[in-house]
Structure formats: structure tokens, C-alpha cells
Design a protein around this ligand. Structure first.
Ligand SMILES: NC(=O)c1ccc[n+]([C@@H]2O[C@H](COP(=O)([O-])OP(=O)(O)OC[C@H]3O[C@@H](n4cnc5c(N)ncnc54)[C@H](O)[C@@H]3O)[C@@H](O)[C@H]2O)c1
Length: 362
């Protein structure tokens, strides 16, 4: 395959902010087609990108011979039918998180992509944060000793404004759990390992967002015990008044081990803090150059907003995996593993109890 033709399905916020600049980093890759079921959004994206093919029907896009790979960046309830249609047509798929609406859907997606021998990737963006990648290296290297705790805190202030499909269970599946905590569940897997058991709680404080019913939680916390005995407290809220939104609002992860504590905040993705045993407090450390970009990515880490630019490496990883005929990292299996934890968290919150975690097999 000389040049990889890419189609983007869903031309809203994340497609234009993350995936367009990401594709520009990829050698021998061309954005061929765009799909959005809103004529207005589609028109705007066509003007911005100059992509030659555009349609409001994703089936048209996935059937084209000049499109070899698709990026799915639509509301959650559409991910499974789109990814399955794409895989059945032999297209490689990068799909936004949360991968689907429930564990079964995500397993169907994983199996369909595997059976059709296409590359499949879940957009768990935090795996691409330079500080996260270096922290993972230090954990694996034994620098923090035995991991005791992981603590994550995602606090944003979305108030009572309308958040569209995100406030409706039939379109989003879950609220803050899928929207924000899914990333934390994935990077807890990445940094600490598999969970053994968990409990959770959710809360909805806002039932009406500017005249539209909201039937999903705007706060969630998962408490987990990991297979390696470490504990986790993962909290996320849309109602942290005054905290703001996006990359500049509170986005915190702390890991305590027998030899060291590490702290990460998304506001400074190219730095983290560390305190070694016997030290009185945290010191700030720059992430070494080799961890600032994904292996092989030509991205210049001194360019662009550091809070945004690392996200572009996701698309590089997707295209590089296609070009080198290897698995994407993270794949649909990682998406299905997180979805399994999410399903269990909702059950635990409803039944006010703990459950053992059963992960799907690869
Ligand atoms: N990885 C991340 O960090 C990250 C960040 C933000 C959003 N997301 C995920 O990306 C996805 C999209 O989020 P967003 O914020 O861009 O949403 P958005 O509402 O801004 O954009 C979604 C777009 O999909 C289009 N769409 C809806 N149904 C469609 C269909 N059937 N066919 C074609 N187009 C359709 C809408 O018209 C809209 O333009 C969600 O799954 C979300 O969870 C991931």
C-alpha cells in the first residue's frame, strides 16, 4: 500500500482538534474523505481540510476503495455499528473512547476487527502524555518500589450548561464515567496493572441542563484493589465549581510506592514531580527527551500547545501500525477491558457492593 487513504467519521470537536493535525504527522498518508450527518458541520470541515470526498452516510465512506483506514469520532452509541461496518469492509479503525456502550458491544467490535484482520485502536489519549510514559518507565524500572496507591482526580466545572448527547444515556451510555473516568481506568491499567476487585459510586446533581433532561451521572468514583495489592481511588466530576474546563482544569494523578511518590498534572504534561523515600517533599523533574514524543513520531515537542500536541501522536501510532502490520497500542482489547470495568462500576454503584473484575481474553 503506497499511500494510506483515511476517512474521518464525525467532524466535531475532537476530530478537528486532535486527529487532523495528527494525520499531518504521518508519512504517506492522505485525508481522502469526511463524513458527518450534520450538513453544516460537514461543510465547515470540508472548507477547513479540502478533503475531496464528503458524505453524510458513513456506509459510503467505508465502502470506498481509496479509503483504507477510518477514524471514528462520533457520539458513543454510533461507535460499534460504524467500527463493525468499517472492519467488514476491510478498513483499519481508530475509534474514540469510550469504545462502545457496554462490554458486549466492545467485544463484538474487537472480534470483528480481529476476524477481518484490520488494525484496531482505542483513542486512550493519556497513554501519549509524555509524563505518563515516563512514569510508566519508572514504575517498570522499579524506581517507586512496590506500588501502594494510585489516586486520580479530574475536576472540571461544566455547571448546568447543555452538553448535548453527553447528557443522554441512550447516546452516551454513561456520563462522567465514560467521558472522563474511562481514560483514568485505562491509565491505571497501564501504570499499575489489572484490577482484582472494585466498588464505585455515582451521583447526578443536575437533572436539567438548559431545558433538556440529563439522565446521567456528573460525578463518579471507583475504588479498586489491584492484582498487585495496590489500591486505587479514581474520582471525576463535571461539577467542581470554579475549576474551569479542559486541559487547564484539575487533572491529577499521584502514585505512592515504597520507594517514591510521583505526581502528574495535565497542565504540565512535559514535567512531573517526584519525592524519593527520605525526602521531605516533591521536586519537579523534566521528562527526558526520548519520552516527549512517541517512538518514531516526527512531532517537534517544542511546537504547539504542550497540553494538546501530544495527542497528535495517537494518529501517528495508528498509521505506523498499519504501515508496519503490527498491533496498535492501545487496541480495541484495551477499550473492551476498560468497558468491562465501567459496566462493573455501574453495577457496583447501583448495588452498593464490591465485585471481582473479570477481564475479556485477548
Ligand atoms: N480521546 C479524547 O481525549 C476525547 C476527547 C473528546 C471527545 N472524545 C470522544 O470523541 C467522540 C466525539 O466527541 P466530540 O467531543 O468530538 O463530539 P461532538 O459532538 O463535538 O462531535 C461529534 C460529531 O459526530 C457527528 N455525528 C453524530 N452522529 C453521526 C452519524 N451517525 N454519522 C456521522 N456523523 C455523526 C455530529 O454531527 C458531530 O459533528 C466521543 O466518543 C467522545 O467521547 C475523546
Amino acid at each position: 500500500m503506497a499511500t494510506i487513504g483515511v476517512g474521518i467519521i464525525g467532524c466535531g470537536g475532537i476530530a478537528l482538534q486532535n486527529h487532523l493535525p495528527g494525520l499531518e504527522l504521518c508519512p504517506d498518508t492522505r485525508l481522502v474523505g469526511l463524513c458527518d450527518n450534520s450538513a453544516e458541520v460537514l461543510q465547515r470541515a470540508v472548507q477547513q481540510t479540502g478533503a475531496p470526498v464528503h458524505t453524510q452516510d458513513y456506509n459510503e465512506l467505508v465502502q470506498r476503495d481509496d479509503i483504507h483506514a477510518v477514524i471514528i469520532a462520533t457520539p458513543n452509541f454510533t461507535h460499534a455499528p460504524m467500527a463493525i461496518a468499517a472492519a467488514k469492509n476491510g478498513k483499519h479503525v481508530l475509534c474514540e473512547k469510550p469504545l462502545g456502550m457496554n462490554r458486549q458491544e466492545t467485544l463484538d467490535m474487537f472480534r470483528c476487527a480481529s476476524e477481518n484482520n484490520v488494525r484496531h485502536m482505542t483513542a486512550f489519549t493519556y497513554r501519549f502524555v509524555p509524563a505518563m510514559r515516563y512514569m510508566k518507565h519508572l514504575v517498570e524500572n522499579g524506581d517507586i518500589g512496590q506500588p501502594y496507591h494510585i489516586r486520580t482526580c479530574r475536576l472540571q466545572d461544566w455547571g448546568d450548561r447543555s452538553i448535548g448527547w453527553r447528557q443522554l444515556s441512550h447516546m452516551a451510555g454513561s456520563g462522567e464515567l465514560g467521558d472522563m473516568l474511562s481514560h483514568r481506568l485505562d491509565y491505571a491499567h497501564f501504570l499499575i496493572g489489572d484490577m482484582k476487585r472494585l466498588t464505585a459510586d455515582t451521583r447526578r446533581f443536575i437533572d436539567d441542563r438548559q431545558g433538556l433532561e440529563s439522565d446521567l451521572e456528573d460525578w463518579v468514583t471507583v475504588i479498586a484493589e489491584f492484582e498487585n495489592q495496590a489500591t486505587g481511588v479514581l474520582e471525576s466530576s463535571k461539577l467542581a465549581t470554579g475549576r474551569g474546563e479542559g486541559a487547564r482544569s484539575q487533572d491529577y494523578c499521584e502514585i505512592n510506592g515504597s520507594e517514591a511518590t510521583m505526581v502528574f498534572q495535565l497542565a504540565n504534561p512535559n514535567q512531573f514531580q517526584i519525592a524519593r523515600r527520605g525526602q521531605a517533599g516533591l521536586e519537579t523533574v523534566d521528562v527526558p527527551r526520548e519520552f516527549l514524543t512517541w517512538q518514531g513520531s516526527s512531532r517537534d515537542p517544542s511546537q504547539g500547545d504542550p497540553g494538546i500536541a501530544f495527542r497528535w501522536d495517537q494518529d501517528f501510532e495508528f498509521i505506523d501500525a498499519i504501515q508496519n502490520q503490527r498491533e496498535c497500542n492501545p487496541s480495541f482489547l484495551q477499550g473492551a477491558r476498560v468497558q468491562s470495568v465501567m459496566d462493573l462500576a455501574l453495577k457496583a454503584a447501583a448495588e452498593k457492593t464490591w465485585f471481582d473484575v473479570e477481564y475479556p481474553e485477548g
